[in-house]
Write a protein that binds this ligand. Sequence first.
Ligand code: SF4
Length: 371
Amino acid sequence: GMPEAPAPPLAERRASRRIQVGPVAVGGGAPVSVQSMTTTRTSDVGATLQQIAELTASGCQIVRVACPTQDDADALATIARKSQIPVIADIHFQPKYVFAAIEAGCAAVRVNPGNIKQFDDRVKEIARAAQDHGTPIRIGVNAGSLDRRLLRKYGRATPEALVESALWEASLFEEHGFRDIKISVKHNDPVVMINAYRMLAERCDYPLHLGVTEAGPAFQGTIKSAVAFGALLGEGIGDTIRVSLSAPPAEEVKVGIQILQSLGLRERRLEIVSCPSCGRAQVDVYKLADEVTAGLDGMEVPLRVAVMGCVVNGPGEAREADLGVASGNGKGQIFVKGEVIKTVPESKIVETLIEEAMRIAEQMEKDGIAS
Ligand code: SF4
């Protein structure tokens, strides 16, 4: 068949200012970046750097580390220097750690206006220090720690309350000419979160960091984040994302990358197009899809591999893919770029697909298609 034309993008990206988080541009049309947060004690430099290395390997582009104590603040300089990706210090309550993080060379600092009453008085000093070091600030509003004043005014963490808190804090920085800012307004309810970001997107031009906070264990959190980010990114809103899961942070990165790929905001690497199976299936599709996925894990080229359970839709999908199999009668027809190249017994399907995938990948790399 004919090769598929790339799908048109969902929406034009919202025009936003651009900030630099170390070497990673955020906003102003830069590709949407994926971030995560370490779960180690930041003061444990070795463990934190180890986790950052794992996150880097999984595709994380920006990492955030918590900084609740002086020991953590003391560790920031080494971590920022040795990390392969830009490090953002996450500061609640203690303005002195903001200065420490800026001086330690962190790529950015996250502050939570709801948790830092004393901050408002010190914004001028923070703005000056951040300006001097070229350090952007994320204003990170969280439903769970909303400013008391706004909680009284709105009764609960409504979209209006979250947005007002963020823009109020931003205005304090703006008074000192500081606009090197990105903003998040997180809530655990995707509907509230979506409405908050929509409102925020209209009322400022700062780049936005998307997040559903306390999204839950992996399954629920993945769906909540995919739904919320999908709605917003589908409207062009959002410049960097963090999936929050009660699961290891590398899982968050995987989910984040998949979300961007699903929305066409990032080039796909390996894509498995597999059928859900049905009463017509002549092969164990789940097992076959899992085995092919595992066998091709880590492929660095954009490769679409179709795994189909029978010959109804099988050949069609298999033909549209770079590579595919349509099963039937204990055999698998192996397709490459629309041509049946061979028919193999069922027991040889996985190894044949993997072999062919490797061959195609090698060719793509030679042709310079790999990114
Ligand atoms: Fe069912 Fe065949 Fe479609 Fe798979 S490809 S869902 S087995 S009809």
